[in-house]
Ligand binder design. Structure first.
Ligand SMILES: [Zn+2]
Length: 325
């Protein structure tokens, strides 16, 4: 039997990471050999396990989601293409290795990566911003980024408040600096950028207004609400005010009422389940306002539980959920 470098099966790693990333029932166990402390303190191990367990660097089938919005990401990571009469917009690019996979997906849809005019991003970490510079150098696409993530994006995320220089990727010049509430209008697509800091200082939630078969739809791409293993949410000397930022972000995300929601990690919004149902149900399969509400509520609860844990007030969500109710 083949083993990964830490001697764990892919499924076990995946389950463990989903627990750590707060996206599944928290009563699952971590696999043998890796403790929560390992994931919190060993950045390289965390990244290695996430890449393998959540298949961040494996190709996936592209799919049209709604009107001008297409999924073009990898198995684990969400990248999205918006097609307009004035060119394409690409949101998120996955890991540095993901560029050619995204290009192949776009071509498979019968579209041209050469038509990408603008790139936008959820936040400045390697698993979403990793291949932005690839698209800029290959196709000359411009990049628009929220003000507080500009420095991170241009340096390839050097001096990250959690990852320091462990998750560095090729940085690139930002062409347009965004502020909270800024909009991008290209052809028939309108995108609004909301500053939702916490996960990174400039994390950005995008909301798209699109028309499909004559009907308007609101599509949200929530970002910034989750914390990774080892984040310090209270008294963070490198990011003072992080907890206040998260709480403002949760509040803003609660106020959004999207019809459809997508995200930078595919398991969050159940890409595979919805893709399957869409084969028979069409657009209806992607309509999920309740799933969005639940997702934000889970992120908020996980955050407040972690704050309590750091303050020593009570057991972690994982510990309490493991108790019989
Ligand atoms: Zn991240």
């Amino acid at each position: 039997m083949k083993h990964s470098s830490v001697g764990l099966g892919t499924a076990a790693i995946s389950a463990a990471l989903l627990v750590m990333l707060g996206t599944r029932g928290v009563s699952q166990q971590l696999p043998k050999g890796v403790t929560p402390e390992d994931l919190a303190t060993n950045n390289k191990l965390f990244l290695e396990l996430a890449i393998k367990g959540l298949k961040w660097e494996e190709p996936a089938e592209p799919v049209r989601i709604a009107g001008p919005i297409y999924f073009v990401g990898t198995w684990g990571l969400g990248s999205f293409l918006f097609t307009t009469s004035e060119g394409h917009i690409l949101m998120n690019t996955g890991m540095p290795s993901s560029g050619p996979m995204i290009v192949a997906s776009i071509r498979k849809l019968g579209l041209k990566p050469e038509d990408i005019k603008l790139m936008i991003n959820g936040h400045a970490h390697i698993d979403h911003a990793g291949a932005l510079s690839f698209f800029k150098s290959q196709f000359g696409a411009q990049l628009a980024v929220m003000k507080d993530d500009v420095a991170a994006m241009e340096s390839g995320d050097r001096d990250d408040f959690k990852y320091a220089n462990d998750f560095v990727y090729p940085g690139l010049k930002v062409d347009r600096i965004l502020r909270d509430g800024d909009t991008i209008k290209m052809g028939e697509v309108l995108l609004t950028a909301y500053h939702t800091p916490g996960h990174t200082r400039g994390a950005t939630t995008w909301v798209a207004n699109v028309i499909v078969d004559g009907k308007p739809y609101v599509v949200a791409f929530p970002d910034g609400a989750g914390f990774n293993p080892g984040y310090r949410l209270v008294r963070n000397p490198i990011y003072p005010g992080i907890a206040e930022d998260y709480r403002r972000t949760h509040h803003l995300l609660e106020m959004l009422k999207p019809d459809i929601w997508l995200a930078q990690h595919n398991e969050y919004y159940d890409l595979e389940g919805k893709r399957e149902r869409a084969k028979t149900e069409g657009l209806k399969a992607w309509i999920d306002p309740e799933g969005y509400r639940r997702f934000i509520a889970e992120k908020k609860r996980a955050f407040e539980d972690q704050v309590d844990l750091e303050l020593g007030a009570k057991k972690s969500a994982a510990q309490s959920a493991a108790q019989p109710k």
